[in-house]
Every structure is written in C-alpha cells, then in structure tokens.
Ligand binder design. Structure first.
Ligand code: FAD
Ligand code: NAD
Length: 477
C-alpha cells in the first residue's frame, strides 16, 4: 500500500457506509485514481442474510462480520477510514459533517470532510410508523448490537419466568415471544427462535416447555409477499407444523412494556382490538429513511416528491445534484431494498468511477497528441501521432459507453424453520420455485458461498458444526 497523504492532483471520493452497497463499490474500485475516504459508524461489513441466525446462537456474531481493514488492506493505494456518523450532507458547500458517536471520544469528535465526489450508502433505519411504544419496548434486528441485545433479552425472559414464586400467568407472558412483521426478516427469525426452543431450550430448561411460545404477527393476509403463492402456502403450513402462532390480518397499533394492542380483521371484515401480553417483542416491519438522508433530501427541490428514499437517475446520480450518487436501501428505485440490489449497484458504481478515471486519462492523452500533431513537421511523425490518436479516440468511445444500471435478479431465498427453506430462483430463462429439506441444503450452500471471505465461510461452517454437535448455548451473555 502506497501513499498516505491525499494527492492534490486527484479528486477526493467520499463513500458513506460500510454495508452491501458501499463495500461492493470499494471491492471493485481502482483506488489509485482517487483519494478515497470511507465514513461509517461501524468498522466492519455485516453479512445480513445470516443475521436472523445470530440471536439464538446458530451462528456467532463475529462469524458474519468482516473488518473493513481486511477489505481495504488489499487496495493498491491507501484508503482512509473514519469511524463516524455523517450527520449532515451539504451538497452546496460540498462537505459532509461527521460525528464520532462511539463511547470513547477524543478532543475532536465532530468535523467536516470535503469531497469532490460523494457516494451515499447509509442504508435505512427500522420503520416503526410512529406506533407508540415501539422504540421504547421492542427489539430490532438490523445491526449486530440488535442481535446481541436480543440474545440477552430472550435468556433474561426465560430466567425471569422461572423466578421463585412467579405466577403461571406471568410465566406465560414472559415466555411469549412476539415477532411483528411477516416479511423475510420476521419469518426467518421466528423460525430460528422456534428451532432454538425445540432443539435446545426444551432439553436444557424443561420447566419452560409448556409455556414458551412464538407468535408471528402480520398486517397483510399473507407472509412473504415476494414469494409465489405455492411457497407462501408451504411456508404458512410449515409455521403451523412448528407450532408458531401465525396471526395475519393483525395490525399492531400500540405497544406498552408488557402488552401489545393489535387490530384484527375478522373473516367477515369487522375489526376488533386485541391485547396480547408479551415478554420479548421483535419488531421487523421493514425500512424507514434515516434522519441524515431526510435532511439532505429536504434541501433539494428535485427530491421533494420522493418518499421512500433518495431519488436517483439511471446512473444512480442523486436527482438535483452534481457529483453525488446514492445506492442501496437509502435510495428509491424500482427495485426492492435488498442486498442483491445494493451490491450490484456498488459494482456498477465501481465500473463508473473506474471509467471516469480512464476517460480523464485518455482525454489528457488525446489533448497532448493533438498538440503534438500540430507541432509535427515530418510526415512519418504526423502519421504515427495520428495513428495513436485514432486508437486513443476509439478507446475513449468504448470507455464512455457505460450503459445505465440494470439489475439482474438471481432469486429469493428464505429459511422457514425445521430445516426447511423456500426458494424462487431464476435458472437459465425460467424460474424454479421450491421448498423443503433439499432447498434448505441449497439455502445453506448458497449463503455459505455468498459469505464475504473464506474466513467468514469457515467460521460460519464451524458454527453450524458446533451447533450440530453440542447444541446452542443457553447462557445469558
Ligand atoms: P446497509 O447494508 O444497511 O449498510 C449501511 C451502512 O451505512 C452501514 O455500514 C451503516 O453502519 C452505515 N451508516 C448508517 N448511518 C450512517 C451515517 N449517518 N453515516 C455514515 N454511515 C452510516 N437482502 C437480501 O438480498 N437477501 C437476504 O437474505 C437479506 N437478509 C436480510 C436479513 C436481515 C436481518 C436484514 C435486516 C436485512 C436483510 N436483507 C437481505 C436486506 C439487506 O441487508 C439490505 O438490503 C442491504 O443491507 C442494503 O445495503 P446498503 O448498503 O444499502 O445498507
Ligand atoms: P418487509 O418490508 O419485507 O416486511 C415487513 C412486514 O411487516 C410487511 O409484510 C408489513 O405488512 C408488516 N407490517 C408493517 N407494519 C405492521 C404492523 N403495524 N403490524 C403488523 N405487521 C406490520 O421487511 P423485512 O422483512 O425487514 O425486509 C426488508 C427488506 O430486506 C426487504 O426488501 C426484504 O426482501 C429484504 N430481506 C430479504 C431476506 C431474504 O431474502 N431472505 C431476508 C430479510 C430481509
């Protein structure tokens, strides 16, 4: 790795975030063309597809984290990293205000970072729809510390339920695990939790066997809307076999420390309010726009009508700005907010930045050759300059011809418990929809191969082997 100080001859490219989008960009970016600065409150990449396996200990947290330093160490020129949160993106002054929001702060913990080019890949936050009590009482499943908190909370509920003199009613409440949101996050986590109970908790803590109970709540008539009808039915039937209570057409309206208020739509269309006591509440109702993104959008007139995130053009340039791109969950495109989309967008932006640098280099060379052509007196000199000019101009045409971003959907996969998974996978020109044990093996091998590094792959594999051999750990962290 060469060069530590920024090179004044190069443009400064600031990348916000270390998630699927930003890291895919970093991986393929020729960093020697820019002064690259990465800013993110976490100094690692997180392989989110296996996050629902972490709170129960099927996979350990560190197995799905890849330190950013491992990623940037392989780059030809050094990449600067600041562990901080971007609190303001000022597109007119062309600076990002950053804040060290970690527990330990030095004398300087807020500053500005100027940029020539900026890529916004800050992801999204958890949607709560302003439902009272959710922020205060629910656990989420988005970041690694959410999972750590959840793991502690599940075991805490279990131990408190077994406290001397606890009434049966209170025991039932504490052991009621309610998952809200029947999207893939909610379904996968509910399934993992039920597996944990069936495989390990029941065996090691038999006193909870009659009271431990998982409920999955979904406002719509079905779970997993992105899957085909057959797979939705298969999933719902599997959840039923697993004894997970599935409550569809149930919209949570209010949450307090011990109860959930939900509006249920009966088959005849009438609505009623029900109170559900709970011990642990997991909130997985999708994405909302981060405050830093909302603030950025509010200052750009072209962004006024965009609700789900930053509006971008087909090259991912932020509408109403120049030299600022957005990708992944913080942007609003026609695609679903998934890791697949974010990582393809990241790879696309890497190609775009690599091409921009090549274009600049070729344009300088062509300018120099044009000057030479004017100065050349001898015929053979003129001829050789014109030949080089021809080939450089052709190369420039090729480099400049970058097609807009196009997404290739590789399919959807989800774990549904009892060693079963569902998959809607594109294969050649058709789609394969499957569910069951074989699909589960496919799910495991697909996720293993998608892991960030060989190191992650081996760690995840060892975790799975460990759980098969000894079961999951039932101690409280
Ligand atoms: P993220 O990956 O969320 O990264 C955002 C980055 O920005 C993070 O590094 C964060 O620390 C950083 N950041 C946040 N705020 C700031 C700030 N103010 N300033 C600077 N940096 C900031 N998708 C799939 O396709 N398949 C799956 O199987 C799948 N499973 C999932 C399971 C779970 C539990 C979850 C929560 C999501 C899953 N997804 C899956 C969705 C997928 O994780 C997201 O679509 C993807 O992470 C989006 O990538 P991103 O780069 O936009 O954001
Ligand atoms: P989601 O948006 O897919 O699903 C959220 C669900 O919560 C919706 O079905 C919604 O109807 C329900 N909901 C909202 N408010 C409610 C309320 N008050 N009461 C009851 N239900 C309510 O969210 P997600 O599962 O977190 O997924 C987010 C994104 O990440 C999606 O794009 C998803 O495809 C992706 N993801 C993919 C996978 C996978 O491929 N295996 C796994 C996790 C996430």
């Amino acid at each position: 790795v060469e060069q530590v100080e920024p090179d004044p001859a190069k443009k400064t490219l600031v990348i916000l975030g270390t998630g699927w989008g930003s890291v895919a960009l970093l991986k393929k970016l020729d960093t020697e063309n820019y002064n690259v600065i990465v800013i993110s409150p976490r100094n690692f990449f997180l392989f989110t597809p296996l996050l629902p396996s972490c709170p129960t200990g099927t996979v350990e947290h560190r197995s799905i984290m890849e330190p950013l330093r491992h990623i940037i160490r392989h780059k030809k020129t050094s990449v600067k990293f600041y562990e901080a949160e971007a609190t303001k993106i000022d597109h007119e002054k062309r600076v990002v205000v950053i804040n060290d929001n970690s527990d330990i702060k030095g004398d300087v913990h807020q500053t500005e970072v100027p940029f020539d080019y900026l890529v916004v890949g800050v992801g999204a936050e958890n949607a709560t729809f302003g439902i009272p009590g959710v922020k205060e009482h629910a656990c989420f499943l988005k970041e690694i510390n959410d999972s750590q908190k959840l793991r502690t909370k599940i075991m805490d509920c279990i131990e408190s339920a077994l406290f001397k003199g606890q009434s049966q009613e209170e025991k039932d409440r504490l052991l009621h695990m309610v998952v809200v949101g029947g999207g893939p996050t909610g379904v996968e986590f509910a399934a993992e939790l039920q597996d944990f109970f069936e495989d390990d908790l029941k065996k090691w803590i038999p006193d909870i066997a009659d009271s431990f109970h998982v409920t999955l709540v979904e406002a719509l008539p079905n779970v997993l809307p992105m899957f085909s009808k057959t797979l939705i039915e298969y999933t719902e039937q599997t959840l039923n076999e697993e004894k997970i209570s599935l409550r569809t057409k149930t919209m949570v309206k209010k949450v307090s420390s011990k109860y959930i208020e939900a509006e249920i739509t009966n088959p005849d269309g009438t609505k009623e309010l029900q109170i559900l006591p709970y011990g642990c509440l997991i909130w997985a109702t999708g994405n909302a726009v981060r405050p830093v993104v909302r603030d950025f959008m509010s200052r750009i007139p072209e962004q006024k009508s965009s609700r789900r995130g930053i509006a971008v053009n087909e090259y991912l340039v932020v509408d109403g700005t120049d030299g600022i791109w957005a990708l992944g969950d913080c942007s609003a495109t026609k695609y679903a907010p998934t890791a697949q989309v974010a990582s393809q967008q990241g790879a696309f932006l890497a190609r775009l930045f690599n091409n921009m640098a090549k274009t600049e280099k070729l344009e300088t060379e062509i300018k120099e050759l044009n000057d030479l052509a004017v100065k050349a007196v001898k015929d053979e000199d003129k001829e050789s300059v014109e030949k080089s000019l021809g080939s450089k101009t052709k190369a420039l045409g090729r480099v400049k011809k970058l097609s807009p971003f196009a997404y290739t959907h590789q399919g959807s996969l989800a774990y549904i418990g009892m060693e079963r998974a569902v998959a809607d996978v594109s294969w050649w020109n058709g789609n394969i929809a499957s569910g069951g044990g074989l699909t589960y093996l496919f799910w495991r091998s697909a996720y293993l191969s998608m892991c960030f590094s060989t190191r992650n792959r081996i760690l995840v594999l060892l975790d799975w082997i460990k759980v098969k051999a000894f079961g999951r750990d039932v101690s409280r962290e």
